[in-house]
Design a binder for this molecule. Structure first.
Ligand code: EPZ
Length: 458
């Protein structure tokens, strides 16, 4: 039975239940719970009939991991901000929800997001909101900069590791912020916030971005060393500078922030999503075919492209387009390890694992960034893969074929990797927990459908 996803249960039975006798009320409520869970369950799956090659072209959307810190950065800006090349994914919707609790209005029109911060209020950010999205942590640095105080629950995110925030908090304290962690909340007093020099113990992407924002409105010059160099950090620097900040060095070993009095509004175009681009490249490498991905920055995927060139697929780069052709079964890559940018990104590790699982040979893959990012392995095993995990290393023995199965997404990128496996496999694959995939990919089934895959949301 397919329930129309727009069916409004509350409308359907509101008012009626209270008119019924107590026993009947109880059974009505259990019907409601079943219907909602059935409907939610029904919407949250993808069904794929695999074995089809991919052909055509696809345009890559704005970068999730650039938009999310920028949506915290708007707290620093007083006025109207227009973000172009934005993307409608659940993580962005969660950040917009957080902004709305602070009286910041947002309105999406296609890929353009309009933001108005004129009525901003510094409100506590509750557990219910921060649990939905890891990027909520970026609000700390932004609120400290703008209001010199912040009160936010510990953030959530995908279960790929403990995801501590100690590097963020240590750096805030080094700039004079007083922090109390109590009952799952972080209370920050930034009255004594001052410029300073920070040397990170690890090039944390989030901590780098948090401190860039925190130092923006702090008098004096703050220098950050041991920083992450991801393109999304350069994008954040470009956004903040467009709004009046004085930041330099993003993408190098040292970022210098000269504090200014305030930031204003303006218009900014977000970079394209290199991880989504890499996902599509790995999809056509795995399934075979001939696909051109458009509106990308090829340089951002240099590490992936250099690995793919070892596998005998054909790659052509032309301005903001990358074309990949794969006719036969590809060769395994002997060794792959994930490292901070510009090396091979952890966010493409699961998708690469799917390719290696059907390549010819053996691949040893080391995951150096997150301690629990091999949750894909048991799901690929169900499909006939042959992978042995030893702590943070996976040895992938390529098999000629995968077989359709019922599998479950455990996190965003493992889910994206299962979609590729399902499109490659012989027979039908059903993927549950698709809400994880929707966190970072806009209408993923429509994109693959346009390339010839047999895939639908059920
Ligand atoms: C960002 O997460 C990205 N998320 C992640 O993308 C990405 O995988 C990660 O950077 C690494 O590139 C966003 O930008 C929203 P980190 P972040 O701080 O900032 C440890 C995706 O799929 N660490 O660079 O959380 C941490 O546990 C997501 O799009 C601390 O120990 O990553 C991890 O092992 C997944 N203490 C390592 O550092 C801290 O205070 C890298 O984390 C912070 C991090």
């Amino acid at each position: 039975m397919q329930i129309d996803a727009k069916f409004d249960f509350n409308q359907f039975y509101s008012g009626k239940v209270n008119d019924l006798k107590p026993n009947t009320q109880k059974s009505w409520r259990s019907v409601k719970i079943f219907l909602i869970s059935y409907n939610g369950f029904m919407e949250n799956k993808l069904k794929i009939n695999g074995g089809k090659k991919l052909f055509g072209s696809v345009t890559v959307e704005g970068a999730k991991n650039a938009i999310l810190p920028i949506l915290a950065g708007v707290v620093l800006c007083d006025g109207e901000i227009t973000l172009e090349n934005c993307v409608d994914i659940s993580d962005v919707r969660c950040m917009r929800e957080i902004l709305s609790t602070m009286n910041i209005c947002t309105h999406a029109d296609g890929s353009t997001l309009y933001i108005n911060t004129k009525e901003i209020k510094n409100e506590k950010i509750t557990h219910e909101l921060t649990q939905k999205v890891r990027a909520s942590i970026f609000m700390l640095g932004a609120l400290l900069a703008r209001f010199r105080s912040a009160n936010i629950a510990f953030p959530g995110g995908c279960k790929i590791g403990a995801r501590p925030i100690d590097i963020h908090l240590k750096a805030f304290k080094a700039l004079g912020v007083k922090i109390v962690e109590k009952h799952g909340y972080i209370y920050c007093n930034g009255q004594d916030l001052k410029a300073g020099t920070i040397v990170f113990e690890f090039p944390s992407v989030g901590a780098t971005e948090s401190l860039m924002m925190c130092a923006c409105l702090t008098e004096g010059t703050t220098r950050l060393y041991g920083v992450a160099k991801e393109p999304e950090i350069v994008c954040l620097q470009d956004f903040l500078n467009k709004m009046g900040a004085k930041i330099s060095g993003a993408g190098t070993d040292c970022i210098e922030i000269e504090g200014v009095k305030s930031l204003h509004g303006g218009t900014f175009e977000v970079i394209s999503d290199r991880i989504v681009a890499g996902t599509y490249l790995l999809a056509v490498a795995t399934c075979g075919g001939d696909v051109t991905i458009e509106k990308v920055v090829p340089k951002h995927n240099d590490a992936l492209l250099s690995f793919l060139r070892q596998t005998a697929c054909q790659i052509d780069i032309l301005n903001d387009k990358i074309r990949l052709r794969a006719d036969e079964r590809l060769l395994s890559i002997d060794k792959i390890q994930t490292l901070p940018y510009p090396f091979f990104p952890t966010d493409l590790q699961p998708q690469m694992m799917t390719l290696q699982s059907v390549s010819e040979g053996v691949c040893t893959m080391a995951e150096n960034i997150f301690e629990n990012r091999f949750a894909l392995v048991p799901e690929l095993d169900k499909m006939g893969a042959n992978i042995v995990v030893k702590t943070r290393t996976a040895v992938i023995y390529g098999v000629p074929k995968l077989y359709g199965a019922d599998v479950s997404a455990s996190d965003l990128r493992a889910g994206a990797a299962l979609v590729i496996a399902g499109m490659k496999a012989e027979g039908y694959t059903t993927i549950s927990n698709v809400h994880y995939i929707d966190r970072g990919y806009e209408k993923i089934e429509e994109k693959y459908l346009s390339l010839g895959a047999d895939i639908k949301r059920i």
